[in-house]
Design a protein around this ligand. Sequence first.
Ligand code: ADP
Ligand code: MG
Length: 222
Amino acid sequence: MIQTRALTYRYASGPHLMFPDVDVAQGAVLLLTGPSGCGKSTWLALAAGLATPASGEMTVAEQRLGALNNIAADAWRARSIGFLPQKLHLSAALNVQQNLALAQWACGQPEDLVRIGAALTALGVHDLARRKPSQLSGGQAQRVALARAVLMQPQVILADEPTASLDDASAAAAVGLLLETARTQGATLVIATHDARVAALIPRGNNGQSGFQPLNLLPQKL
Ligand code: ADP
Ligand code: MG
C-alpha cells in the first residue's frame, strides 16, 4: 500500500518538486511515467525512505515515513522495500549468492542458502550463484538484482527504469518478470520509466494485476 498527500521535495541546489497524490492498494501496480528529469527517481527515493520530503506525507508498506529515525528506517527498508535501482549496485567483490546474503544480513537475519537458492531459481539464475557480477550479462545481472530485491518478500517493489537500454523482447521479459514476481508475493509494484513501451506490457482487466494505476509526472520547476 502506498499513499501520498501533498508531497514535495527540494534539492539543495536544484528544483522544488511537487508530486500528485496517489493511493495504491496492496498488490496493485503503479506506473510512474514522465519525461526525463520530472522526478521519477526522486519519488522512488522518497518511497524507500532514502530521501526526506520538504513537505507532505507518505505512507508506504504500512509505515508513515518521517515517523522513523535513521536506524528504524534502515531496518524498515531492508524488510519492507525491494528496490531494483537503475544502476544495479551489485557488489563486484562478492558472488551472486553472497550478494543476496547481504540482503538477509541487512535484515538482521542469518544467511539462509535455501531461501537464496529458491529466489535464484524463481528468477532462472540459480546456475549463476557462484559467479561474480562481472561474469554476468546485463539481463542476468538484472535478474540477480531482482532476486536480491524480493528475497525478503517485501510488501513493495520499486523498479527504476527496468527496461532502459533493453531491446523489445528483453524489455517485455523484464516487465513480465517484475509483474509475475510481485503477483506471486502479493507485493505492490512501482515501475518508474520514461520508456513508452512499458505501459503496453502491463495487462489490464480481470486477468491482470489486482489494480493498475498510471501516474504521469509533468515536467516541473519552481
Ligand atoms: P527522473 O528520474 O524523472 O529523470 P529525477 O528524480 O532523477 O528525475 O530528477 C528530478 C529533477 O531533480 C531533475 O530536474 C534533476 O535534474 C534534479 N536532480 C536530481 N538529483 C539532483 C541532485 N542531487 N541535486 C540537484 N538536483 C537534482
Ligand atoms: Mg530517473
